[in-house]
Design a protein around this ligand. Structure first.
Ligand SMILES: [Zn+2]
Length: 93
């Protein structure tokens, strides 16, 4: 038996159980020769998901940084580094 993961409400239909689908799906083959076809969305929603994942990861780093700062008595010490945003401004500004 084969399985597929197909994006809902996509721009175009997928060839669900084919490696030749135009979205270039990732195909995983299991020991029992079953295949899993994971399709990519034509509307490129994965890019948004990657951005969200990156932001969430970044947010976790900020939380870790804040925890470390709190552990240091809340001091903005020289050794703990400084967190900058893409605006180039320091966090404390
Ligand atoms: Zn596809």
């Amino acid at each position: 038996m084969n399985y597929c993961v197909v994006p809902l409400h996509d721009l175009y239909p997928h060839d669900e159980y084919s490696e030749r689908c135009m979205c270039v799906p990732v195909v995983e083959e299991f020991e029992n020769s079953a295949k899993l076809y994971v399709h990519n969305a034509f509307d490129e929603r994965e890019k948004d998901e990657q951005i969200v994942a990156r932001l969430m990861e970044q947010n976790n780093k900020i939380r870790l940084w804040e925890k470390r700062e709190n552990a240091n008595g809340g001091k903005n010490g020289e050794t703990s580094g400084i967190l900058r945003s893409d605006t180039g401004r320091d966090r404390a500004d």
